[in-house]
Design a protein around this ligand. Structure first.
Ligand SMILES: [Zn+2]
Length: 53
C-alpha cells in the first residue's frame, strides 16, 4: 500500500478474486473487495494463515 498516493484514484483489484473494484470518488473507505463476502473470506483465510487481520 502506498500512502503517498491518493489510493482512491487508482484502480483496485479484489484481494480475494482479482476482479476490478470500482471506487466511489470522495471521502470514505477504499473498497478492496468486489463483494462483502469476498472480504470476509479473505480475512478468514488470512487469519488461518496467521496474519492478525
Ligand atoms: Zn472478489
Amino acid at each position: 500500500m502506498d500512502y503517498t498516493q491518493p489510493a482512491k484514484s487508482l484502480p483496485t483489484s479484489c484481494l480475494r478474486c482479482g476482479a476490478e473494484v470500482e471506487q466511489k470518488p470522495g471521502p470514505g473507505k477504499i473498497k478492496r473487495y468486489c463483494s462483502a463476502w469476498h472480504g470476509k473470506a479473505y480475512r478468514q483465510h488470512a487469519r488461518a494463515m496467521g496474519f492478525p487481520v
